[in-house]
Design a binder for this molecule. Structure first.
Ligand SMILES: Cc1cc2nc3c(=O)[nH]c(=O)nc-3n(C[C@H](O)[C@H](O)[C@H](O)COP(=O)(O)O)c2cc1C
Length: 188
């Protein structure tokens, strides 16, 4: 599979980057082609909600020509996209949220007969790290992510949450196994 990995975490040697490198290794072991995009520092603007994109069902109709456009284009040529971010206040961080909001330009006609998505049938997965446990903490981010699937006509490719993170060196020994399971679910 061609898999796009969107690295939302800014810290290049942080917890999320560490988990992501394990994900990448596991994907490469399985012979998959990985394209990774690091978001922090890119020229990215938030969705304006202008809805100009909704008049263009067959193309990325976003009128903002910044660094998000090539990321959206890369999604269209990928079989699956793994989004990743540290958990920030029960959600994804601003870098990743900017990309997700701009994905608004990838579908048209939701709730109508003309519903079309440029991402139809692709798999979308979410990998996150956080300081606290899953419960009353991380589940809202994954719930929101899963709720996007019908709009994009995509398949939920799985979720990976590594909680109780302190530093990458002190990550639980169970993490590689969790990563392997996540990757297996995504590619099956
Ligand atoms: C702005 C901010 C908000 C955070 N909010 C949460 C949170 O709601 N829940 C949580 O478990 N951890 C939270 N954390 C901790 C990070 O998610 C955690 O340390 C993560 O592993 C950092 O990833 P990184 O090393 O890739 O930056 C927050 C950290 C920051 C800086």
């Amino acid at each position: 599979m061609n898999i796009l990995v969107v690295q939302g975490g800014a810290r290049k040697k942080g917890n999320t980057a560490q988990v992501l490198s394990l994900v990448e290794q596991e994907l490469q072991k399985g012979g998959h082609r990985v394209t990774k995009i690091y978001l922090h520092g890119k020229n990215m603007h938030g969705c304006m909600g202008c809805k100009a994109c909704k008049t263009k069902p067959d193309e990325i109709g976003c009128v903002q020509n910044d660094d998000v456009l090539p990321i959206l284009q890369e999604m269209l040529v990928s079989d699956a996209v793994i989004f990743s971010s540290p958990l920030y206040f029960w959600g994804v961080n601003a870098q990743l949220k900017t990309v997700i909001d701009r994905m608004y330009s990838l579908y048209t006609g939701a709730y109508t007969q003309k519903h079309n998505s440029l991402l139809a049938r692709k798999k979308l997965a979410l990998a996150m790290t956080g300081g606290a446990e899953w419960l009353d903490n991380a589940e809202c981010a994954f719930t929101a992510f899963r709720r996007m699937m019908p709009y994009f006509k995509t398949v939920y490719g799985g979720g990976l949450y590594i909680g109780k993170c302190t530093t990458p060196e002190k990550m639980a020994p169970s993490v590689p196994q969790q990563v392997a399971q996540f990757v297996q679910t995504l590619v099956e």
